[in-house]
Design a binder for this molecule. Structure first.
Ligand SMILES: [Zn+2]
Length: 163
């Protein structure tokens, strides 16, 4: 968003702000969140997900993203989702994210996933996350998934968590 637009919004009263934001949508500088319950109505055009609720421009939540050439067996995928949910349920100080992205890092079959570049998604906001996933059930499941789907270098795996 150009700074001038941010300034204009900041210095407008409520009525003026609505006019400016609608004009920005028309001009293609902002987009409007479709969720009625969302606290954030307008987002910058460069933001793929709403800052308030994490939905995209079509009103969808962050979808699962499977890596590789083949579909991950459903059972394996749901098992991973369950384990990730449980991990965050037991984690102090880290709220359960809306989704988690794991990055496929190398050709090594022993530890192919990067655990130093795990990304947590909270709505449209992303946070880096470092934890000891190595040696856990989650790491085992990721390894099984890698064997099943053969990800490409730097393929992402994103798993959405129920809310
Ligand atoms: Zn929203």
């Amino acid at each position: 968003m150009p700074n001038e637009l941010a300034l204009l919004i900041e210095h407008s009263d409520a009525a003026g702000r609505a006019v400016v934001q609608e004009a920005a949508v028309t001009a293609g500088l902002m987009w409007k969140c479709r969720a009625r319950s969302c606290p954030t109505t307008y987002n910058r055009i460069g933001e793929p997900l709403c800052r308030g609720c994490g939905r995209d421009r079509k009103g969808r939540f962050l979808p699962d993203l499977q890596p590789g050439l083949y579909a991950v067996p459903d059972e394996l995928w749901e098992q991973l989702r369950t384990e990730v949910v449980q991990h965050f349920a037991g984690e102090q100080g880290t709220p359960t994210p809306d989704a988690v992205t794991f990055l496929w890092e190398c050709e090594s079959r022993t530890e192919p996933w990067s655990f130093t570049e795990v990304v947590l998604h909270y709505g449209g906001r992303q946070e880096k996350y470092q934890t000891a996933f190595a040696g856990t059930e989650i790491a085992e499941l990721l390894k099984e998934i890698a064997l099943a789907v053969e990800p490409n270098y730097l393929d992402n795996l994103r798993i959405g968590l129920p809310r």
